[in-house]
Design a protein around this ligand. Structure first.
Ligand code: TYM
Length: 333
């Protein structure tokens, strides 16, 4: 279902401003948004309301939020082709989340693996907001009538819950919400941790060597790749039994666009150290221009603030209409 006058399908996605972004966020999400910017009508958000579901530092939060927006722009998102904004600037996200809360069964949310992982043994003391996180995420997506949600593999379950919520709402109140689909690319969807390649690269891993941050210097990038966990074999090839080497090859594949066969031929007869050096070189080459642009944007926030202000204005216009449809269907007002 496209809205009148809308020629392309709409994409919606977001990243949490919870510390330095890493290579997984870039290769699994942001880079794809940029590559497919002309295929969709784009809405991208910095999801700061999601950030506060776990303890955060109010003194640094505003800057952390701008930092993520600066990476979006540095990576190549064009405000002429995308709506870019901050979630908390558009109050309709919280309002729709409340209404969706009232149609979402507790059991559906309780099954979310990310909640189970994040709450762990502290299940009774984490915030209600952390439990409700995926319903707010559903509100983000449904407010903009998004057709596709480009994300990494770890968000698939949340987007599926969003579909279930939209369908449940439509069954009860009529065809009001667009039912979205996850858009997960085959390559780069799951970048693994450098210290433990059986778990995904993540901002919350206490070991900073486990991830390449987008702002890391060339020297740090080389060092982190050089120390990445591998195995005691020698042959460089894709092999699910060897997750460390396969992860490095996967990063190389995502950055170069080469096929698996081309990559295996390129590294035939070479040692792990050689692969680590080439992955580091490819990463440095990809990140250097982004880092330069990101630093420029952060050194004078005037333009960035104006992009976010006009993005919020455009986002509000769309969100207001969806919320009005939802109110009408639910008999509110
Ligand atoms: P967040 O901030 O954890 O991650 C942002 C994006 O990065 C992807 N990602 C990865 N991709 C590949 N390999 C990895 N190791 C890796 N780690 C993270 C995530 O899949 C995501 O696409 N809940 C979302 C934010 C959100 C959102 C939304 C997304 C809130 N509302 C609405 C889409 C639509 C999250 O925590 O992302």
């Amino acid at each position: 279902m496209k809205q009148p006058g809308q020629s392309r399908r709409r994409a919606f996605s977001g990243v949490q401003p919870s510390g330095g972004l890493h290579l997984g966020n870039y290769l699994g999400a942001i880079r794809n948004w940029v590559l497919h910017q002309d295929d969709f009508d784009n809405v991208f958000c910095v999801v700061d309301l999601h950030r506060v579901t776990v303890p955060h530092d109010p003194a640094t939060q505003r800057t952390a939020t701008r930092d993520v927006a600066a990476w979006y722009l540095a990576a190549g998102l064009d405000p002429g082709r995308c709506i870019l904004f901050v979630q908390s600037h558009v109050s309709a996200h919280s309002e729709l989340a409340w209404l969706l809360n009232c149609v979402t069964p507790m059991g559906w949310v309780g099954r979310m693996t990310q909640f189970k992982e994040k709450s762990g043994a502290a299940r009774e003391s984490v915030s209600v907001g952390l439990f409700d996180y995926p319903v707010l995420m559903a509100a983000d997506i449904l407010l903009y009538d998004a057709h596709v949600v480009p994300v990494g593999d770890d968000q698939k379950q949340h987007v599926e819950l969003c579909r279930d919520i939209a369908q449940a709402f439509n069954r009860r109140f009529g065809p009001v919400l667009v039912v979205p689909e996850p858009l997960i690319r085959e390559v780069g969807a799951r970048i693994m941790s450098l210290d433990d390649p059986t778990s995904k690269m993540s901002k919350s891993n206490p070991n900073p060597r486990s991830r390449i941050e987008l702002g890391d210097s060339p020297k740090t990038i080389r060092k982190k790749f050089a120390r990445a966990t591998t195995d005691s074999l020698t042959e460089v090839r894709f092999d699910p039994e060897r997750p460390g080497i396969t992860n490095l090859l996967g990063i190389f594949r995502t950055l170069t666009g080469w096929s698996e066969a081309q990559i295996e031929a390129h590294f035939a007869g070479k040692l792990y150290g050689h692969l680590k050096k080439e992955v580091a070189d490819a990463t440095i080459q990809a990140l250097e221009p982004l880092q330069r642009r990101h630093d420029e944007l952060m050194s004078d926030l005037t333009w960035l603030e104006s992009v976010l202000a006009s993005g919020a204005e455009r986002a509000r216009t769309i969100a207001r209409k969806t919320l009005a449809r939802v109110h009408e269907a639910m008999g509110l007002g």
